[in-house]
Design a protein around this ligand. Structure first.
Ligand SMILES: C[S@@+](CC[C@H](N)C(=O)[O-])C[C@H]1O[C@@H](n2cnc3c(N)ncnc32)[C@H](O)[C@@H]1O
Length: 266
């Protein structure tokens, strides 16, 4: 049987991936039986997972629209995921037809599908890289050729830093990207948290973390203060680092235990 173009030959079909599980929660079709099985196990523990994933996408769209309104027309999307409805370049290029986007993901399906989708889009590109290696990401030809670091850039780290364990020093990694941001650039983050999860939900969270430990992306939930620390040196815009549904939302998003924020580099 001919293999579909979005299935890279290198992937391990016996191991679930966080990117493909997220695609499943969002109703996408770029996932395999092993991903669906893991995602359904999560949903049995937390039936609100798909609503939470949609709420996270809704934050991503709000953050991108906010940055566009501030005049930002180039984006570096780290941990961009498998393309789905309302991708960053689509939102951005509706407002600024010349907007530029570089998508970065470590997962081969996410990158293969993004590359196929962007084949006719000279202003947007996707690369496979690990965001924990900022020098490789920032020094890549795609980033250097697509983005102009003398003008404001929107750096997006949406629902990805909770896949970076403390042992990989996420503070240092994020600091390196903040350093590379030009003045007037922005950083937008959403990050899963245990804060606000009721005591009787903690056991469920541990069971969900155990499922993600089977992927390459073990889940690390952090406190609001730890998440706020990623904005060190930036001016955090109103309403601050807040629970995801409270960030500039005029609709009732599903509950999601995550903190979000957007900071501007002075
Ligand atoms: C939950 S998805 C979020 C996708 C998108 N940012 C969104 O919010 O809709 C997390 C993505 O981060 C990617 N990811 C996890 N660890 C990564 C790393 N170290 N470097 C690059 N991407 C990573 C996963 O492959 C996955 O596609």
């Amino acid at each position: 049987m001919e293999q579909a173009s979005w299935i890279p030959s290198s992937i391990d079909l016996d191991r679930p991936s966080a990117a493909r599980m997220y695609d499943y929660y969002l109703g996408g079709s770029h996932n395999f039986a092993v991903d669906r099985e893991a995602a359904r196990s999560v949903e049995r523990i937390y039936p609100g997972m798909s609503g939470a994933a949609r709420a996270n996408r809704s934050f991503l769209r709000r953050a991108v629209r906010y940055l566009l309104a501030q005049g930002v027309d180039q984006f570096l999307d780290l941990g961009s995921g498998i393309p789905t409805v309302g991708n960053v370049h689509e939102i951005a290029q509706q407002v600024h037809p010349r907007a530029r986007v570089v998508y970065v993901d470590v997962e081969p399906v996410a990158v293969a599908h993004s590359t196929a989708l962007l084949a006719d889009n000279p202003l947007a590109t996707a690369i496979q890289a690990d965001l924990r290696d900022p020098e490789t990401v920032l020094g890549s030809d795609e980033v250097r050729d697509t983005l102009d670091f003398t003008r404001p850039i929107g750096l997006l780290m949406v629902a990805v830093l909770h896949f970076v364990p403390d042992s990989d020093d996420p503070d240092k990694v994020v600091a390196r990207y903040r350093e590379a941001l030009p003045s007037g650039g922005y950083l937008a983050i959403s990050h899963g948290s245990l804060e606000g999860v009721p005591q009787d939900g903690l056991d469920s969270t541990e069971r969900i973390k155990a499922i993600y430990h089977r992927t390459d992306s073990p889940l690390v939930l952090r406190s609001r203060d730890e998440i706020a620390g990623f904005f060190t040196g930036l001016d955090v815009v109103e309403p601050g680092v807040v629970p995801l549904p409270e960030w500039r939302s005029d609709s009732a998003d599903a509950y999601i235990s995550a903190y979000v924020g957007v900071g501007r580099k002075p």
